[in-house]
Design a protein around this ligand. Structure first.
Ligand SMILES: [Zn+2]
Ligand SMILES: [Zn+2]
Length: 357
């Protein structure tokens, strides 16, 4: 069975200087307890973009972690998966036993921080390649089977949905609360869907008209251009003069967090989802937090205890997730995809790479 596998494949290798190069590399070897995945779809995520654009990690690496595909080969001793299974993989899996895991802070677990899927070189996700190797500690806990009727491009949204679901549970929107979501890119739009699902009212901002249109379609009561008019006044007018009960910061433009605080009521919750750069500094009035009794919280990455729930949400088809996908590109065009994601035009939302095309 494994003899039929090719020896070489195409992969988008991060080569430094903010560049990817699509090259021929060896198909990764398969060890005991591991899976070799034929990658059918992999989403381009903002964290990939940041790593590439700002050269955060030394080259060479093969990124891509929103990965769905077919099991091409299963290593010795693998239980529960076999060749031909359609799956989606998580590239991080926590140990469930350390100080942080016992407190459900899975993203802070030392094992979680290790990347468990690779297409060669230092493990970095490996989804931007024709084949990816799922390492042994990920196989039993970080792989979900994808039903026959669910497309691979939809399946690779399980990881981003998990990260947003985790954040929504952290802020627990209540029915009739007013939530302001700053940024309506693919992640902000997912938040709109998930917060609406909890029964809260949603208002949003984004400079791109097409995104505002989709935001309203997904249930936002108002979707504003962030620079048109006084956002604070507009939010106050919809909340009895108080401000938003809850703000989700799903964009990282300068001043985003200050804007969130300005538009929120005393005692509100403000969730930082896009502030992943150590370079981004936030200056706030201490009294807005202390006297204003606001809670600022951060949320990052996925939660293993929401893995099944996020898979179900994506697979059951209740959410209009296909509308989030704007581009499907062959691997050879990945640089164009990165460029588009960094500088989105009217139409750009989620970009999916299809390495088998
Ligand atoms: Zn991601
Ligand atoms: Zn742990």
């Amino acid at each position: 069975m494994r003899a039929e596998l090719p020896k070489e494949m195409r992969a988008a290798v991060y080569v430094g200087n903010s560049r990817l190069s699509v090259e021929t590399v060896p198909v990764p070897p398969l060890g005991p307890g591991e899976l070799l995945l034929r990658v059918e779809a992999c989403g381009i995520c903002h964290t990939d973009l940041k790593k590439i654009e700002h050269n955060l990690l030394p080259p060479p690496r093969i990124f891509g972690h929103e990965t769905a595909g077919v099991v091409a080969a299963a290593g010795a001793g693998v239980e529960g998966f076999r060749e031909g299974d359609r799956v989606v993989v998580f590239h991080h899996v926590p140990c469930r036993d350390c100080f942080y895991c016992r407190r459900k802070l899975y993203a802070q677990c030392a094992l979680y921080k290790k990347v468990g899927v690779t297409a060669g070189y230092e493990p970095a996700g490996g989804g931007f390649a024709e084949y990816a190797r799922v390492l042994d500690w990920v196989v039993p806990r970080g792989v979900e089977k994808v039903p026959e009727e669910v497309s691979f491009e939809r399946a690779c949204l399980v990881e981003p949905v998990n990260t947003c679901l985790k954040a929504v549970k952290a802020v627990a929107p209540q029915a009739y609360e007013l939530a302001l979501i700053l940024g309506q890119g693919p992640i902000g739009l997912l938040f709109t869907l998930l917060v609406r699902r909890e029964g809260a009212r949603v208002v949003t901002t984004d400079p791109i008209e097409q995104r505002r249109w989709l935001s309203a379609r997904f249930g936002a009561e108002k979707a504003w251009h962030p620079e048109e008019g006084d956002l604070q006044a507009k939010v106050a007018a919809l909340s009895g003069g108080r401000g938003a009960d809850l703000v989700i910061v799903a964009a990282s433009f300068p001043g985003a967090v200050q804007e969130a605080v300005r538009c929120s009521r005393p005692g509100s919750r403000i969730l930082l989802f896009s502030q992943t750069s150590h370079q981004e500094k936030v200056e706030l009035s201490g009294a807005d937090i202390c006297v204003g009794e606001r809670t600022i919280l951060g949320c990052y990455s996925a939660a293993i205890d929401l893995q099944k729930e996020s898979a179900r949400l994506v697979f059951e088809g209740g959410l209009p997730l296909e509308e989030l996908i704007s581009h499907r590109l062959p691997l050879e065009d990945i640089e164009r995809g990165i460029e588009l994601a960094l500088h989105p035009d009217e139409r750009t939302l989620k970009i999916i790479v299809q390495p088998q095309r």
